[in-house]
Every structure is written in C-alpha cells, then in structure tokens.
Design a protein around this ligand. Sequence first.
Ligand code: HEC
Ligand code: HEC
Length: 269
Amino acid sequence: MKKLSARRRHPLAALVVLLFALAATGGLYAALSPAPKAQADDSSQSIAITEGQKLFSVGCASCHGAHGQGSSDGPSLVGVGSAAVDFQVGSGRMPAQQPGPQVQKKKKQYSQQEIDQLAAYIASLGPGPVAPTANQYDPAGGDVAKGGELFRTNCAQCHNFVGKGGALTDGKYAPTLKGVEPKHIYEAMQTGPQNMPSFPDTTMPQQQKQDIIAYLNEVDTAQSKNPGGFTLGGFGPVPEGLFAYVFGLGTLIAIAAWIAARTTKAKKS
Ligand code: HEC
Ligand code: HEC
C-alpha cells in the first residue's frame, strides 16, 4: 500500500497516465472512425488528378504552360475551376486549334471521364467554380416565366431574346443557344467564357440559373410548334416591326395607288 502511493507521487506518474490515456483515445478513434471509406475517396480523387495531369501535359501544356500557369499562347488556368474545364473541353472549344478572334466550337475530343480527370487536375491548382450536379441544371426544376424575364434582362442584349445569338465587335459573336446542353448553359453562366460576363452564385443564385435553363429549353421545344403558324424568324420587336411597317404599309400604299390610278382612268374615259 505504501509502495503504491509512493509510486503515485512519483514525478513521472502524471506523465505515464497522460500517455496511457492518449494511446487509448487514439486506439479507440482508429478502431471506431469510418476512416477506410474516406481514404478510398481520397485515393480515387488523387488518381483522377494524376491521370488529369498526364492528359494535360500531352494536350494542353503547350499553350497553358507545364503547370497551367499560362503562356503567350493561352491564359493561366489556376483558379478557373472544374466548371470552366468541363465547359471548354465538353463543348469542344478546347484544345484550341487555329488562332482567330474566337475559339471555335467543334466535336469534343475527350471522353467525359477524361474531361473529369482534366477538371480534377485543374481544380487542384486553385479553387474555382465547381461543375454543377444534374439536379442543379435540370430544366424541370426551373420556372419558365421567371427564366424568360431573367434572360431578357441579363442575356438578350448579346444572345437575342430567344437565344438566337448575334454579332459582337471585332469579329466576335455570341453564339446561338439552340440545342446547347443544360449543363453547358449552367457552366457558361458560372465561368463567363471570352467576352461573356460571368454570373456567379452571389449575383445569380442557382435557382435563377435553373429558371433560365428552363426558359431556353422551352424556347427550343416551342420553336418547332410555333402557335402563330408562320414565324418572322424571332429576330425581335424592331426587325419584326420594320417588316410589318415596310410590307404591311407598302401593300396598303400600293392598293391605294392602284385604286387612284383606276379612278383617274375611269374619269378620263
Ligand atoms: C492552341 C493553344 C491551346 C491549347 C492546345 C489548349 N488551350 Fe485552352 N485556351 C487557349 C486560349 C487562347 C484560351 C483563351 C481563349 C478564350 O478565352 O476562349 C484558352 C482558354 C481555356 C480555358 C478557359 C479559361 C477561363 O479563363 O475560363 C480553359 C478551361 C482551357 N483553355 C482549358 C484547356 C484544356 C483543358 C486544354 C487541353 C485539353 C486546352 N485548354 C488546350 C489556348 C489553348
Ligand atoms: C456581353 C455579351 C454576353 C452576355 C450579356 C451573355 N453572353 Fe453568353 N456568350 C457570349 C459570348 C461572346 C459567348 C461565346 C464564348 C466563347 O465562344 O468562348 C457566349 C457563350 C454562351 C454560351 C455557350 C454556347 C455554346 O454554344 O456552347 C451559353 C450557354 C451562354 N453564353 C449563355 C448565356 C446566358 C444564359 C446569359 C445570361 C445569363 C449570357 N450568356 C449572357 C456573350 C454574352
């Protein structure tokens, strides 16, 4: 008894107890925490990043620099995020080919899995907008009427009010939005490619983006079943008004002139 209490008072006793308690907590934590799954996620993510880096050095580094830092032939990709990569590579704009005022859309050259790997690598260079998940861009989750309003205030000045596209300065143009995948519409708003401004969630929340997607989807499907029968091309109120003015008024003037000509002829004879 005396021996034990003497040991307890030993200067190292507290330290021994502390070490023992630490070891016990550590052991329990290791045994009980769901570590294995988290590790698996981490390693599949790091595999994606390494694969992405390989694809990047072959297909992109010549313009964007060995570490995505940019060069005279392409901008830095640090902080552009997975959304920009998915949009640029998924819409076939990247890898860019011939120089020109605007990188052209073409058939995409990478599989979706490779695009995801490239995106994982570039996202690892710096934080940026994250590619959306399917329920974020599903047109079914948006309000068509609200989307039309948002589209007319934010997008129509470049893309025309039914998304037909239009010319900009210096040989650039805002493309038509007909048939563009909902995911790419969402990502274009997140990242603002080229001359397009970006609409981050702080200025345009996810729901509003989804409303715009619903509107564009409605326009796409409605154009094939135009309720008026004959369309004037959907170029907007000014050209359509001009059409009515020139042809409508022109026809009336022609009829008036014809009647006048007949009545004068009738008087003469
Ligand atoms: C021939 C040169 C060239 C190649 C190859 C190329 N890019 Fe680009 N990239 C450019 C240029 C130039 C721009 C800027 C043009 C623009 O704004 O559309 C750009 C823009 C981008 C952007 C948009 C950046 C932003 O600020 O939003 C991304 C993302 C991108 N490239 C990814 C890639 C990926 C991934 C590859 C490889 C698969 C690739 N690029 C290959 C020249 C290139
Ligand atoms: C200042 C003019 C401007 C405004 C405003 C603008 N855009 Fe754009 N948009 C562009 C240009 C220019 C491009 C082409 C970029 C490129 O090719 O890299 C583009 C490209 C796009 C694309 C890609 C189309 C494709 O073929 O892949 C989508 C989708 C898009 N815009 C949607 C929108 C939406 C939705 C809005 C409103 C929230 C909007 N834009 C506002 C100029 C604009």
